[in-house]
Write a protein that binds this ligand. Structure first.
Ligand SMILES: [Cu+2]
Length: 309
């Protein structure tokens, strides 16, 4: 009798172990190579909430700019070579990103809760064809809670990217695909204010050539940049060349440059124009950085509006 019980118990256990295994928890760390072949390898990587992804940069310069998504980490700007830089993902979701130096060089980080049964767990692969960099947001990208996303709560304190604020929680777009679980949709619709509907982002590029003093073109260009940075749905990039590189020093219009960068704008300076004037990175106000004609070319190619001053 006892033997029979043990046998049946063993059989039951064996039967259990034959059932499909639960999906493995996502790892806590991951590595992405930014390759000389102008690609992120692997193109998509998974990590659990509070996990860390490290981007390894080699001889060819690359950067990482995340698309609009609530809870995304800070970008890795600039021209990164021969270094490794990590970012921690504190929110579940799908985070598409790109290298702004190389159009089309894209990747995705999928962040899931440690427990695959959690409603935050990703239920579908990211779709292409939408979003700032082509990766459409999924329901898992939106936290089904009534509180605004952490990025929005930081507004004003850290001067975070404004784009995070108004596209914090777009409405799920792929209801017809069945890729989103019904309870996620219900929770989402119940928690997202209507004002948070997605807006198309307009990228404005302001190119300033004039020095900070003598004429008022540089001053007015920066005034426009600051005003644009306050516009919902507008990304602002400012490129300083010629005598305008002096604008980004502490002695001149640096405080205006700071207003642009603290509002989420990007300010780049022509490297050769800096060199011609003996300006190095240590002369620049925080947020301004050395750039190049190659990056300006990318900015021009990806801008919706270009305003030269
Ligand atoms: Cu690149």
């Amino acid at each position: 009798m006892r033997t029979a019980f043990c046998v049946s118990l063993f059989t039951a256990v064996a039967a259990c172990t034959n059932e499909p295994a639960a999906p493995p928890s996502p790892p806590t760390t991951g590595v992405v190579q930014a390759t000389p072949a102008i690609a992120f390898q692997p193109q998509q990587v998974a990590v659990r909430v509070n996990g860390t992804i490290t981007w390894e940069f080699g001889a060819v310069p690359h950067n990482v700019a995340f698309a609009v998504a609530a809870g995304r980490p800070a970008d890795i700007p600039g021209f990164n070579t021969s270094t490794s830089i990590a970012r921690t993902f504190t929110a579940a979701g799908t985070f598409p990103y790109e290298c702004t130096i190389h159009p089309g060089m894209r990747g995705t980080v999928v962040v899931t809760a440690a427990d695959p049964a959690s409603p935050y767990a990703v239920t579908s692969a990211p779709r292409s064809g939408g979003g700032r960099y082509g990766g459409a947001p999924t329901a898992a990208q939106h936290r089904p809670v009534a509180r605004p996303p952490r990025a929005a709560r930081r507004r004003g304190r850290a001067g975070g990217h404004r784009e995070r604020l108004m596209v914090a929680a777009p409405i799920p777009h792929s209801l017809a695909t069945g890729a989103i679980m019904l309870d996620q949709v219900t929770a989402h619709v119940g928690s997202v204010p209507r004002a948070a509907a997605p807006q198309r982002r307009v990228n404005a590029l302001i190119i300033i050539n004039d020095p900070p003093y003598g004429r008022e073109r540089a001053l007015n260009g920066l005034r426009l940049a600051i005003a644009l940075a306050g516009q919902p749905g507008t990304g602002v990039r400012v490129f300083l060349m010629g005598g305008a590189v002096l604008c980004a020093t502490d002695y001149s219009l640096g405080s205006m440059i700071r207003l642009v960068t603290e509002s989420g704008g990007d300010v780049g300076l022509s490297g050769s124009c800096m060199d011609a004037r003996g300006i190095t990175g240590r002369h620049l106000v925080a947020g301004a950085r050395r750039s190049s004609m190659e990056e300006l070319a990318h900015w021009v190619a990806s801008a919706d509006r270009i305003v030269p001053f």
